[in-house]
Design a protein around this ligand. Structure first.
Ligand code: 1YM
Length: 649
């Protein structure tokens, strides 16, 4: 989870920067430079990182073909990237069709790569499948070195154009490919790489390709870090890693695999004592965050197997059953399928559509999980016991939820006492400020524009949902007002279409307590109303930190840098002028007018939209920050203490 999108700042999309008169027949790599977003998704940070993944994908394809077992990814000083592998090396022979070395074709012809190579690329993944030439087109410069036939071949490019024809530059006794490139600053909004982002992605790829060694290096000044990742256990180790900060209820990770014709599937799972489920699925090594046929096949089989097994060992009566959700409480599971023609569906192409995979995964899990339970009855009983407990809690939660719904349905008295609602009814136009403390709530209520802004003050100690089961959460007197005011339900029943406000703004102080409240609320949204975050309805208000006064002039600063700059500005040419600087200790100290001007007026305020870049990482962080175990939390805080300094005045 990252609070990284500042609203009101207009992102310039390079693809829209020319008008109709300029439209021409776009050819080859020119097309990529004209509309980079079409090829790499965006020209923001995510597109920048995408360049690395495209090159790495070629190396991974070589590993999948069985010729490569080592890949390195390096961020060099100056934010250039080097990727190496020890595969066969990209072919350098002259292609009959074009009269050019294959290497040149791969790097200069759009959509070369897989198709061009022919038979070798049986299970090429590539959500975008755009490959090396796109990276080349978007690089200020790019160099490829191929070790092959005892020679080192080198070729250089700039913005997709050849600047050095393929040349032999030395002798070698190994094989492999090395690519170094510098992303073109003219094409990207940012050109600074994030080591963590690259490391996380490479670790994921290492988990998915058992035995493949991937190393990452950051060689930029002052950062020198490296990691070496190689997992002989593949996705089994992935599951163990995902559960590392949780408490598993059985020691062994359960692993199942099988194949049919050109498709294969593997599933690894382990239950922990927490309440949420985490299924991470892939098709051809590409994440499918929206699931699809492989997940459906898995879920169906899991529910059926556990119900049958429960009946067989008489933990379930004949007329009793546990639901799919019951079976997945506390489940951590990785599903990885490989298939020849993956169909990615849905708006973000994040869902696998091939129905034959549902049958394959269903068959594998039905057969192998049943066998596992037969052979490990102790584990079997533990899992079933957990599902039964979940079932009872779910019944209780349902009652709690129904009681909320009944209250809401009664109208009138339904809304929480503390809610100061707005007049407008169209949710697209309204916003709700969730405010810490009654006094800040009071200022906000007086300062707001009541036509479209509602205020909900929270007070007292809030429930940490990470340590509570659904029924406790639904019945909690601090969270109920939030659930009721938002009006969209909770858990499985959450429906964003029923939201009463399309901006849900958390307004808390810029100190440790404020950060704590914010984290508690976000944890709640993440675990029980995830679409609220996924669909971009949640924001964080950004209150100012300083007030500067000189004579009759008053200015506000949101950071220390800004404070110093404004102070200098107010002083002007007069170094002795007195500028009075005061720090806002909290929202509660601002008068209603100040609060409106600085933090609530849509014309002047700054809001940060809370985004969910990576649910796995978010889960990890929430588990660490809010979960049972103390040690990982300590370690996390120590590691991140440098970032916390600014919060803790
Ligand atoms: C650091 C990036 O691109 N490795 C790489 C790419 C290829 C091969 C080997 C390769 C493939 C084949 C035969 C084949 C590519 N070859 C092509 C093409 N690493 C990196 N390593 N021999 C070598 O697929 O038959 C495209 S990528 F098209 F030329 F075959």
């Amino acid at each position: 989870m990252a609070e990284n999108e500042i609203l009101n700042s207009t992102a310039v999309d390079a693809s829209n920067e020319y008008d109709a008169s300029e439209i021409q027949v776009l050819e080859g790599l020119e097309a990529v430079r004209k509309r980079p977003g079409m090829y790499i998704g965006s020209t923001s940070e995510s597109g920048l990182h995408h360049l690395v993944y495209e090159i790495v994908d070629n190396a991974i394809d070589e590993a999948l073909a069985g010729y490569c077992d080592e890949i390195t990814v390096t961020i060099n000083p100056g934010d250039t990237i080097t990727v190496t592998d020890n595969g066969r090396g990209i072919p350098v022979d002259i292609q009959a069709q074009t009269g050019l070395p294959a290497l040149e074709v791969v790097y200069t012809v759009l959509h070369a790569g897989g198709k061009f190579g022919g038979g070798g690329y049986k299970v090429s993944g590539g959500l975008h499948g755009v490959g090396a030439s796109v990276v080349n087109a978007l690089s200020e410069w790019l160099t490829v070195q191929v070790h092959k036939n005892g020679e080192i071949y080198e070729m250089k490019f700039s913005r997709g154009n050849v600047t050095q024809k393929m040349t032999v530059v030395g002798k070698t006794d190994r094989t492999g490919t090395t690519v170094t490139f510098k992303p073109d600053g003219e094409m990207f909004d940012v050109t600074t790489y994030d080591y963590d982002t690259i490391h996380t992605r490479m670790q994921q790829q290492a988990f998915l390709n058992a035995g493949l060694k991937i190393s990452t290096f950051d060689r930029r000044e002052g950062r020198e870090i490296s990691d070496e990742m190689c997992y002989e256990g593949g996705i089994r180790e992935y599951v163990a890693w995902l559960n590392q900060n949780k408490t598993p209820i059985h020691s062994e990770v359960i692993y199942m695999a099988g194949q049919k014709e050109d498709s294969s599937a593997e599933v690894a799972l382990q239950y922990n004592d927490a309440y949420n489920e985490m299924i991470v699925s892939f098709a051809n090594d590409v994440r499918t965050p929206e699931g699809g046929m492989h997940e459906e096949g898995f879920k169906r089989a899991l529910t059926t197997v556990l119900n049958n097994y429960g009946r067989k060992i008489k933990m379930l009566k004949d007329d009793e059953k546990v639901s799919g959700e019951d079976c997945r409480e506390g489940l951590t599971c990785v599903i990885s399928v490989k298939l020849t023609e993956a169909q990615f569906e849905g708006q973000t192409k994040a869902k696998l559509g091939n129905s034959e995979i549902r049958t394959l995964v269903n068959n594998i899990v039905s057969e192998k999980l049943d066998t596992f339970l037969e052979e490990n009855p102790q584990v079997g009983r533990m899992i079933l016991d957990k599902a039964l407990t979940a079932n009872r809690a779910r019944e209780a939660a349902k009652k709690a939820r129904e009681s909320i719904r009944r209250k809401t349905a009664l109208g009138g008295a339904a809304m929480p006492d503390k809610l100061r609602d707005c007049n407008e009814n169209n949710p697209e136009l309204t916003e709700i400020y969730i405010v810490e403390g009654d006094s800040a709530g009071g200022s906000a209520t007086q300062g707001r524009d009541s036509r479209f802004q509602a205020i909900l003050p929270l007070w007292g100690k809030m429930l940490n949902v990470e340590k509570a089961r659904a029924d406790k959460v639904y019945g909690n007197d601090k969270l109920q007002p939030v659930i009721t005011a938002l009006g969209a339900g909770i858990g499985e029943e959450f429906d964003a279409a029923k939201l009463r406000y399309h901006k849900v703004i958390i307004m808390a102080d810029a100190d440790v307590d404020g950060a704590h409240i914010r984290t508690l609320l976000l944890t709640f949204f993440f675990r029980f109303m995830r679409p609220l975050i996924e669909q971009g309805y949640v924001y964080s208000a950004v209150p100012p930190l300083f007030k500067l006064t000189r004579g009759k002039t008053t200015r506000l600063a949101f950071s220390e840098e800004e404070r110093d700059a404004i102070s200098a500005e107010l002083r002007g040419d007069n170094p002795n002028a007195k500028v009075d600087i005061s720090r806002f200790k909290g929202l509660g100290e601002m008068n209603p007018h100040e609060l409106w001007e600085t933090t609530m007026d849509p014309e002047r305020r700054t809001l940060r939209r809370i985004t969910l870049d990576d649910a796995v990482r978010a889960d990890e962080i929430f588990t660490i920050l809010m979960g049972e175990k103390v040690e990982p939390r300590k370690a996390f805080i120590e590691e991140n203490a440098q970032y916390a300094v600014n919060l803790d005045y």
